[in-house]
Design a protein around this ligand. Sequence first.
Ligand SMILES: C[S@@+](CC[C@H](N)C(=O)[O-])C[C@H]1O[C@@H](n2cnc3c(N)ncnc32)[C@H](O)[C@@H]1O
Length: 241
Amino acid sequence: MHRCPEPAIYSQGHMETRAKVTSVTDHPFDWDIYWRNGAKGDVDQMSMGARNMAVRLTKFIEGKGIRSLADFGCGTGETLLILANEHPNMEFHGFDSSTVAVELDRSRADELKTLNIRFEREDVRDISTRDRFDLVMCIATLHYIKDIRKALRDLFARVDRGGSLIFNYPNRSSMYGFRDWIETEAPELRNRYRLVLRGENLLTLDDIRETLGKRPLNFWRAVGEEPSRQNMCVYVTKGQQ
Ligand SMILES: C[S@@+](CC[C@H](N)C(=O)[O-])C[C@H]1O[C@@H](n2cnc3c(N)ncnc32)[C@H](O)[C@@H]1O
């Protein structure tokens, strides 16, 4: 089983190296096939990550009066399911571009009889919902998006006044970390991470500030963890920074 690195939001740290990227193709990665095939054994890792993320989000939302949370690229939906069961008075919305993931998540919500959660198909490259939420998150998903700035603007547009957008994103350090990890341990993931490996969708903190018109703050620090350069996770608050 290979490790899923960018939910290295789950495991931080990697030495910065300069491994070369070889034979990256342009073949699009099919998330429906990925989810239909049982997520290639990544599910255990994601599950652990989801639990950790739920703890972090619980710390983050404490005292902020958050009533609604939307997760774009929600994958297994597990973070939301954990939180939805712990916060019956809040509304949770899971969005994913994979119809297969959405169907799996809906069945899981039915199984758990979780009523305050909805799963819908949405592509962050072309968001159709006009709803706004107190908290919007997008974790381990922007790595696959070429026009990452447009996606950020569209995600931020879905945040209600006073609410926040939380996301992690690829930067130069994560590109070197991914190159090293994929070349040495997981060459089969070259295609999936091609945009990051080629440095085509990297962001800096200044890019984010310029794109959203707000200074991003470090999410790790906000939840009492050591910040990671390779797995930058930030939040931007609308109207109150
Ligand atoms: C690596 S998983 C991360 C899942 C979850 N956020 C987590 O941290 O465990 C990436 C997820 O993004 C979804 N995804 C990929 N491209 C997307 C897009 N353009 N719009 C919405 N979701 C997308 C995939 O189907 C997958 O569920």
